[in-house]
Design a protein around this ligand. Structure first.
Ligand SMILES: Nc1ncnc2c1ncn2[C@@H]1O[C@H](COP(=O)(O)OP(=O)(O)OP(=O)(O)O)[C@@H](O)[C@H]1O
Ligand SMILES: [Mg+2]
Length: 554
């Protein structure tokens, strides 16, 4: 589509308006001009006709003297002079109209008649006053015309005396109205033609202007009204919260640029909005988890402390009983079937007591607030130490741990605590794998943090499991195996370090990856928050700092 800026569109619109005005003006001026010409022609023709009527009247008053008296002669001379004046007057109008072009023809016929009338009047005057100086034609060209155009003389008998001359004059002058009326009729026909032409022109121009007006309205709608309405609708929709609404405008001008800029803006707002919403949800989840952790930490500290001593007593007593029962049994009936039952039960009591003890220890650990001693630590060698230790544990044989650090990755952490995190993550990964499984550990610097990644090809996690793994006591291991505190402790430690821990899994049976980011340098915020954490005591220390993030992503 051709791109026309608004400036060009305005110029086109204005040109159409100017064109309309010119056409209207042209049509009107032509109509007025035609009317004016027609009016002038008719009025001039009428004036000429009036002069001719006066001339006829004067000529009709001429009568040959009956008695031939001087008085009759003088009277006739006077009437001839009047007739000549009337002829002169008529001639002036005739000439004026011919020069102006206000007649249907050239007016030569009327001119010829005027010359003939002049010739006859001059002859009459000559006959009445042969010696008079004024007995000459009053019209210029009469003599020439009469000599040159003898055929124009009316077909009457040649004039022999005054009476005949007057009769011939009467006849000639009576030809004048016929010519003039014929002429006037032609003028009327011409005026009618002009009127018809004007009508056609006025109608055509009016129709043209109407068509241009319709075109202009269409252009105005397409270039101005429609884009503005679209923009307005878009702004309203976006204001109502539909950030995915797109303004589809192809006007090819600045309005389209505006719509595209608006679409870009809403797209960005939409992304930001979605991101903010996700962040709010994430933060809300963290807050709930933190609240829960705080409560659990507080409760756990108290319960674990109270239960620890009785559990130790139970374990001690059962051990003591076992050793004493051994002596007693050997003295009595050695193969009594109850011997084995008693010894098994005592073992079970010991095992379960120790298991409970380890749980309470973990709980205490979970709610503990040690003095954190952070220092520059090489995460690679820390992980290596944990891996070497794990390899010797029998139940993890048959599973591979791949860790080949290329360089030292330094972090500002408490090595003992981070070791615990690594141990928990490695044990979890190994637990999740069947024989032949592989755990891959990698370290690197990433976005100004030290990163540890633990990727296994074990049982993986469903979205529901991923959602809850950092909750205390959440476990999916077989009953009696796990406490569900390992990752909560990891979370607490990483949070206290102002780091982040994130779990991802493509789904069940597809393995899992845990990533931990730890700070490289001691940060001011970190130290001050740490001090605050410490002052909040044991329970509060279990609450992850709001600034740190824990993500579980499927
Ligand atoms: N690498 C992993 N692969 C699959 N699932 C895992 C993995 N790590 C953790 N999980 C899931 O997260 C749950 C919680 O782990 P967490 O370490 O907190 O508790 P636990 O291992 O069950 O018990 P413990 O307190 O003894 O560690 C596990 O029960 C398991 O379902
Ligand atoms: Mg665990």
């Amino acid at each position: 589509m051709v791109r026309w800026p608004i400036r060009i569109k305005l110029i086109v619109g204005l040109s159409v308006v100017v064109g309309m005005m010119l056409i209207l003006m042209g049509g009107s001026i032509f109509g007025l001009h035609s009317f004016h010409i027609s009016y002038l022609t008719q009025s001039d023709q009428l004036v000429e006709m009036g002069a001719s009527v006066d001339l006829i009247d004067r000529v009709f008053r001429l009568h040959a003297p009956r008695e031939g008296t001087v008085q009759e002669k003088d009277e006739l001379v006077g009437r001839v002079v009047e007739a000549r004046d009337a002829l002169l007057k008529y001639f002036r109008y005739l000439k004026q109209n011919s020069i102006r072009g206000n007649r249907a023809n050239s007016g030569l016929d009327e001119l010829g008649l005027a010359f003939l009338i002049d010739d006859d009047l001059t002859s009459i005057l000559k006959e009445l006053e042969p010696d008079s100086e004024s007995a000459k034609p009053i019209l210029p060209g009469t003599s020439y015309y009469v000599n040159e155009h003898p055929e124009m003389l009316p077909q009457i008998e040649p004039a022999t005396d005054l009476k005949h001359r007057i009769d011939r004059l009467n006849h000639t002058v009576m030809l004048l109205p016929k010519e003039l009326f014929g002429d006037f009729y032609d003028v009327l026909v011409m005026s009618k033609g002009q009127y018809l032409t004007s009508r056609v022109i006025v109608w055509t121009s009016a129709l043209m202007v109407l068509a241009m007006l319709c075109g202009l309205m269409l252009l105005f709608h397409r270039w101005v009204l429609y884009p503005v309405r679209l923009l307005q609708r878009g702004v309203r929709r976006v204001a109502r919260g539909s950030f995915d609404y797109k303004i589809e405008l192809n006007s090819g001008d600045e309005m389209q640029d505006l719509a595209e800029a608006f679409n870009d803006m809403t797209a960005k707002i939409s992304v930001t909005y979605a991101d903010l919403e996700q962040q709010v949800q994430e933060r809300s989840r963290q807050l709930i988890r933190s609240e829960r952790l705080a409560g659990v930490g507080f409760l756990a500290a108290g319960v674990a402390h109270e239960i620890n001593n009785p559990l130790a007593s139970i374990a001690f007593c059962s051990e003591a009983l076992e050793s004493r029962m051994g002596g007693l049994m050997s003295g009595s009936v050695p193969d009594h079937p109850d011997h084995r039952v008693i010894s098994n039960y005592l073992k079970m009591i010991q095992e379960e007591a120790f298991r409970c003890k380890s749980i309470t220890e973990k709980l205490l650990d979970f709610s503990r607030c040690n003095d954190i001693k952070r220092e520059r630590t090489d995460l690679a060698s820390l992980i290596q130490g944990v891996v070497d230790m794990i390899r010797h544990i029998g139940k993890y044989r048959g599973k591979t741990i791949l860790f080949q650090p290329k360089e030292a990755v330094m972090a500002h952490v408490d090595s003992q605590e981070i070791k615990q995190v690594v141990l928990n993550l490695v044990v979890n990964a190994i637990d999740s794998m069947d024989a032949g499984g592989t755990l891959r550990i990698e370290t690197r610097y990433h976005h100004g943090m030290a990163e540890m990644a633990f990727s296994d090809n074990g049982c993986g996690m469903s979205p529901e499991v991923l959602e809850n793994i950092f909750e205390p006591f959440f476990t999916r291991r077989r009953v009696g195996k796990g406490t569900g505190l390992g990752l909560s402790i990891c979370h607490r430690i990483v949070s206290q370090h102002h780091g982040e821990i994130m779990a991802t899994s493509p789904g069940e049976g597809k393995g899992s990856t845990f990533r931990v980011w730890l700070p490289i340098h001691p940060s001011e915020i970190g130290e001050s928050t740490e001090a605050r954490d410490r002052s909040h005591g044991a329970a509060a220390s279990a609450v992850p700092a709001a600034a740190s993030g824990v993500h579980a992503v499927s």
